[in-house]
Design a binder for this molecule. Structure first.
Ligand code: ATP
Ligand code: MG
Length: 605
C-alpha cells in the first residue's frame, strides 16, 4: 500500500488506476469508482487518528480517497483465506489512492494472545503491505474504542433504542421466534429509560454475574430478518482483557462493535465475507442512530460482502487448524502442509505468488471452490522464470562407469557445467564433476523396461545431462534380489557442448550427481494434507481424510553448488520440481530442502 498520492486531496481523476492497468474489474471496484465519481466521501475529514464526530470535525479533508480495513481477531494464525482478504483490502486502497487499516478486533477478552498479534503483523508485512498510512505504523485495536462503545450504548438507551433484558437465555432464545414465527417481546422491553440506564450501569459496575442480563437494541421482534429482532449488543463477562485489564466486566458484541470500529476509523468501504450479509441492516441501523446522536461522522461507512475463499484439499477454519496443531497431526502452525501464511511461506510460497493467486481468483458474490492447483500454478509461474536450476537425486542408486579408468585414467574427474538458468545467461554457470561413480534415480533404471521407457536398461544408450552418453550393460543385485548398482560404459566423444557430441542419438536424458562431489541433503517431499477435495464440507470429519503420506523425508544427493544455498532460497531441481531451503532447519552444516511445488500439475485429471 502506498501513502496517499502527492496530488491535492480529491483531485478529479479520470483514469481509474494508473498503477495497475492489468487489474480486472469486479463489483467492488465498480462501487468504489462510482463513489469516487459521485464524491460520496469527498467531504470527509480526518484528524490523523480514529475518533468520534467531534474528534474529526475540525480536521482537514482526508488525504486518503478511500479507507478500507483488514480486521482479524488475534485468536489464531492467518490462513490463505485471510490472505485473499488482505490482498483485496490493501490492494483496493493502493489502487485508488486510499489507506488500508490493520485493526485487531480484540473485543472478545479471553481468546487473544500476543503470539497471534505478532504473527499477523508479520504476515501482512511479508505480503508487502503497510497499514494505517505510514511505514511501521502501529495497528489499531478495537479495545481502544471501549469507552466510546459504552457511551454509544448509553446514548441508545437514552434515546429509547436499547434496553436491558434479564430474561433467561432459554426464554430469550424461545422468544426470538424463527424464520416462520415472529418473536415475542421480552417483559423487560418496556422498562423506563431511567431503569435501563441504572441497570446497565449496574452491569458495568459488576453487580450482576455473567449471563444475568444483556443490553439489547430495541428494533422489532417481528422483523423478517432475525438479526433485527432486538440483537444483544453488550454482555456481562467478568474476564481480564489483554489490553484493558480489569477495567471492564461488560463487553460489546461483535455486531455492535464492528460498525463502530469502522465509523471511528472513517472507513469508507467495509468489506467482509457473505456470512455477514444479514447483519448489514443492523450495521446501517446502528450507523443511522449514532449519526442522529451526532456521535459519529456522516456519511457512515458501508458494508459490502464477497464470497469467502474455499480451496480444495484445504480447511480454513481457525478452530480446525488449531486442532491439527494441538493433536500434533502436523508439526506446528508453520508446518509446510498447513494453509496458514506461515506454513505457505515455509513451504516455499512467495508473496508474489499469493498476490497473483488473489488477483486470479478475483472477488464475487457466489460461493465456489477454487482448485488447489490454481494456487500451485501461481507459484510455478513465479518461480520458473527466476529460480536457479540444480540437479538432485532423491532416490539414489549407484551407477558405475566400467570403462572410465581405461578411457580417462584411474581417479580422473571431468568438469562439467550447466546454466544456472536456461533463459538467464547473465546468471552464469554451475560447475560439477563427472567421474567413474555417479548417483542416478532408482526409477531411471529398469531391468525389463516397459514400452516407451527410454532411460537406463541393459543395452540402451542414455545421456547423463550436461555430461556424456553411456550405454547400460547391466546391474548388480544383493541376496534379496534388489539392485545395488547399475553399470554402464562411456561412449567417447559425446560430452555435452563438444563438437559432434550429438552424433550418437539417444532417446533418454537423465539427471545425476557424482559420487565425488555430490553432497547430502535432507529433502522433505510434501503432498496434500487431505485426500478429500472438500475435507470438512457438510460437517464431514476432516481427520478421516488426512493423507498418511503427506510428508516423506528422503536422503538425497545434490550437486555441490547447493552447499552455498541460503535459507529460504528457491531452486528448481531439474525433472523434480521447485524446492526451497527450509527457513527453520536449513544451514550450511545441514542442507534441508522442502518441495514447494512439482514441475507439472499432477493432480489435474
Ligand atoms: P474464525 O475462523 O475464527 O471464524 P475468521 O476466519 O472469520 O475467524 P477473522 O480473524 O475474523 O477470522 O478474519 C479476518 C478477516 O478475514 C475477516 O474480514 C474475514 O471476513 C476474512 N476472512 C476469513 N476467512 C476468509 C476466507 N476463507 N476467505 C476470505 N476472507 C476471509
Ligand atoms: Mg471472524
Amino acid at each position: 500500500m502506498s501513502s496517499p498520492p502527492a496530488q491535492a486531496p480529491h483531485a478529479p481523476q479520470t483514469d481509474k488506476s494508473p498503477s495497475s492497468p492489468s487489474k480486472s474489474s469486479n463489483f467492488l471496484r465498480q462501487i468504489i469508482e462510482q463513489d469516487l465519481q459521485a464524491g460520496t466521501y469527498s467531504q470527509r475529514t480526518w484528524a490523523g487518528t480514529p475518533g468520534d464526530a467531534q474528534h474529526h470535525a475540525q480536521s482537514p479533508l482526508d488525504p486518503a480517497r478511500i479507507r478500507t480495513r483488514f480486521p482479524p481477531e488475534p485468536n489464531g494464525y492467518l490462513h490463505v483465506g485471510h490472505a485473499k482478504s488482505i490482498c483485496l483490502n490493501f490492494g483496493l486502497a493502493r489502487d485508488y489512492g486510499g489507506i488500508c487499516h490493520l485493526r485487531f478486533d480484540d473485543t472478545n477478552p479471553e481468546k487473544e494472545d500476543a503470539e497471534y498479534v505478532n504473527s499477523i503483523v508479520d504476515a501482512v508485512r511479508w505480503l508487502g503491505f503497510e497499514w494505517n498510512g505510514a511505514p511501521d505504523a502501529t495497528a489499531y485495536q478495537a479495545s481502544d474504542y471501549f469507552d466510546f462503545m459504552y457511551r454509544a450504548a448509553e446514548y441508545l438507551i437514552e434515546s429509547g433504542h436499547a434496553y436491558v433484558d434479564e430474561q433467561s437465555a432459554e426464554d430469550m432464545r424461545a422468544n426470538r421466534g424463527d424464520f416462520n414465527t415472529p418473536g415475542k417481546d421480552s417483559p423487560f422491553r418496556s422498562r423506563s429509560t431511567q431503569d435501563n440506564l441504572q441497570r446497565f450501569r449496574d452491569m458495568r459496575a459488576g453487580l450482576l454475574p455473567d449471563g444475568a442480563a444483556v443490553l439489547r437494541a430495541k428494533i422489532s421482534m417481528s422483523s423478517p430478518n432475525i438479526n433485527l429482532r432486538d440483537p444483544a449488543i453488550y454482555r456481562i463477562k467478568h474476564a481480564r482483557h489483554h489490553n484493558t485489564g480489569d477495567t471492564w466486566c461488560i463487553y460489546p458484541m461483535y455486531t455492535f462493535a464492528h460498525p463502530i470500529e469502522d465509523a471511528l476509523e472513517h472507513i469508507t468501504h467495509s468489506i467482509c465475507t457473505l456470512e455477514f450479509e444479514d447483519q448489514r441492516p443492523f450495521y446501517d441501523w446502528l450507523m443511522a442512530r449514532l449519526i442522529e446522536g451526532q456521535l459519529i461522522s456522516s456519511p457512515p461507512p458501508r458494508q459490502y460482502e464477497f464470497a469467502r475463499l474455499n480451496l480444495t484439499y484445504v480447511i480454513t477454519s481457525k478452530r480446525k487448524l488449531a486442532q491439527l496443531v494441538q493433536e500434533q497431526r502436523v508439526q506446528g502452525w508453520d508446518d509446510p502442509r498447513m494453509p496458514t501464511i506461515v506454513g505457505l511461506r515455509r513451504r516455499g510460497y512467495t508473496p508474489q505468488s499469493i498476490l497473483a493467486f488473489a488477483e486470479r481468483i478475483g472477488v464475487t458474490k457466489d460461493y465456489a471452490w477454487i482448485d488447489y492447483s490454481t494456487l500451485e500454478g501461481c507459484l510455478r509461474e513465479d518461480l520458473d522464470p527466476q529460480a536457479p536450476r540444480a540437479m538432485a537425486v532423491l532416490d539414489p542408486l549407484p551407477l558405475v562407469i566400467t570403462n572410465w579408468d581405461e578411457l580417462m585414467g584411474a581417479g580422473a574427474l571431468d568438469p562439467c557445467s550447466a546454466p544456472v538458468h536456461p533463459h538467464l545467461p547473465e546468471l552464469g554457470k554451475r560447475q560439477f564433476m563427472f567421474g567413474s561413480r555417479l548417483w542416478i534415480e532408482r526409477g531411471d533404471y529398469e531391468e525389463s523396461p516397459p514400452k516407451g521407457f527410454f532411460r537406463m536398461f541393459p543395452g540402451n544408450k542414455v545421456r547423463l545431462k550436461y555430461g556424456h552418453v553411456v550405454e547400460c550393460t547391466g546391474a548388480l543385485k544383493n541376496a534379496q534380489g534388489n539392485i545395488t548398482e547399475v553399470q554402464a560404459r562411456l561412449i567417447p566423444d559425446t560430452k555435452s557442448g563438444t563438437p559432434g557430441s550429438d552424433s550418437v542419438k539417444v532417446k533418454g536424458v537423465i539427471t545425476w550427481v557424482s559420487a565425488d562431489d555430490g553432497i547430502e541433503a535432507e529433502v522433505r517431499l510434501y503432498d496434500r494434507l487431505f485426500s478429500d477435495p472438500q475435507p470438512d464440507a457438510g460437517g464431514k470429519d476432516f481427520l478421516a481424510s488426512l493423507n498418511p503420506t503427506s510428508l516423506k523425508v528422503v536422503h538425497a544427493l545434490v550437486e555441490p553448488g547447493l552447499a552455498q544455498a541460503k535459507a529460504a532460497q528457491h531452486f528448481q531441481f531439474e525433472r523434480h520440481g521447485y524446492f526451497v531451503a527450509d527457513r527453520v532447519d536449513h544451514s550450511s552444516e545441514r542442507l534441508v530442502f522442502n518441495l514447494a511445488v512439482g514441475l507439472k500439475d499432477n493432480w489435474a485429471k
